[in-house]
Ligand binder design. Structure first.
Ligand SMILES: Cc1ncc(COP(=O)(O)O)c(C=O)c1O
Length: 396
């Protein structure tokens, strides 16, 4: 689908590393160059027309993001540098104040580092307790969530789709159950928002984080969604220009209203404006169409990969375009380097989810992660290369 929109797909590159970052449609660089060439001034600082044009462009993107995830208000949308920055702001700006020694957070062992390490820091500094949901055949179930909830549970912080197992969590059910017990829910949407329609109002989650670069947008731009009451109660973790209304030497100060209170310093203006253009681009294709196509492609990829002797697929029940595997006893990185000879880009390693080895019993895997511009022909090529009977000799 839409391959002609991507310069990199006009070459013979087969790009299967979309879980790491997605390719960029031409419209992104056009919109970004337009900003740099024609109105590259700062935002929310000037009283001249060019500055107002930038302000309006940023406000417009905030509204596009609000609409994209169906948030109630633009006040619930803050621009950050990415999912990692959003999760850190949420955890250190809200939970480091509201959680006390012995309070519990629930995660899983399949979470990305950015949804684990900040909690480790709170465990060290505040004595919070981290619990993990046991998985059923790689999946989170509400029954298993219930097993780890106690009267000290304050928050559940999980990915909607994980970046190694590719499983889609039953978020709506979990949120409902959690809210009945006064437990809040943070969703790491990094691998979900780019691939399917995600509606924060329908899910009713309290926080959500995601990155522009995984959805055809620029690097260095992310979104922190928080329900208005949480936005109001959260404390900033970065301080400086753009997020205050006044300050005096005696320390008196007032921070700006939400959401700009969480946007200290000059924003990645070009990136944000570019992000707006890819949201419009994705909307034109339709998120439901993207999701449907990716699931078809995933089923095709699984059925073709299973033809290969000696392949071990660790997540045949994946709910997304993420498939992890190994081939015989070939070290995952060696296989990735071998595939590179055929211009096939995959990821090998632990994919920043370093505790996942407890679930799949192996440290390193090869990951194929699909997006809407991938094709069955590309999967056929991958399978053909993996079927090479001399593969081991060629790797050595
Ligand atoms: C599930 C998940 N969470 C968080 C992140 C971190 O995203 P970023 O590096 O854009 O901050 C990633 C990136 O791979 C991810 O896959």
């Amino acid at each position: 689908m839409h391959r002609e929109d991507f310069n990199m797909l006009l070459t013979d590159t087969i790009y299967f590393d979309n879980g790491a970052t997605a390719l960029k449609p031409k419209v992104l660089s056009e919109v970004i160059s337009d900003y740099y060439n024609n109105y590259s001034v700062n935002s929310h600082r000037g009283d001249y027309d060019l500055s107002l044009k930038v302000d309006m462009a940023i406000d417009r993107v905030r509204e596009l993001v609000r609409d994209f995830i169906n948030a109630d208000s633009v006040k619930e949308i803050a621009f950050t540098a990415g999912t990692t920055a959003s999760l850190n702001q949420i955890i250190f700006g809200y939970y480091s104040y509201s959680m006390h020694s012995g309070d519990e957070v629930i995660i899983t062992e399949a979470e990305h580092a950015s949804n684990v390490l900040p909690w480790f820091e709170l465990r060290n500094s505040k004595g919070i307790v981290i619990k993990s949901i046991p998985l059923d055949n790689n999946k989170v179930t509400l029954d298993n969530v219930k097993k780890v909830i106690t009267d000290r549970t304050k928050v559940i912080s999980i990915a909607m789709v994980t970046n190694t197992l590719g499983d889609l969590r039953p978020i709506k059910e979990i949120v409902k159950y959690a809210h009945e017990r006064n437990i809040s829910v943070i969703i790491d949407g990094a691998q979900a928002v780019p691939h399917m329609k995600v509606d924060v109002k329908d899910l009713d989650c309290d926080f959500m984080a995601f990155s522009a670069h995984k959805m055809c947008g620029p690097t260095g731009v992310g979104i922190l969604y928080a329900k208005k009451n949480y936005m109001n109660d959260m404390y900033p973790t970065e301080f400086g220009g753009g997020m205050n209304s006044y300050f005096e030497l005696d320390g008196s100060r007032m921070y700006s209203n939400i959401p700009t209170r969480f946007e200290a310093g000059t924003l990645n203006i070009a990136g944000i404006i570019g992000f707006g253009s890819v949201i419009e681009y994705l909307n034109k294709i339709g998120m439901d169409n993207i999701h449907k196509y990716e699931l078809e492609l995933k089923d095709y990829a699984l059925s073709r990969l299973k033809e290969i002797d000696n392949i071990k697929i660790y997540n045949e029940n994946t709910d997304s375009g993420i498939i992890i595997f190994n081939l015989g006893d070939i070290f995952a990185q060696d296989l990735a380097v071998y595939l590179n000879k055929y211009n096939i880009c995959v990821r090998a390693g632990n994919h920043c989810a370093k505790m996942v080895h407890d679930i799949i019993d192996v440290n390193n895997t090869v990951r194929v992660s699909l997006y809407f511009y991938n094709t069955k022909e590309e999967i056929d090529k991958l399978v053909e290369v993996l079927k090479n009977p001399n593969i081991k000799n060629e790797i050595i």
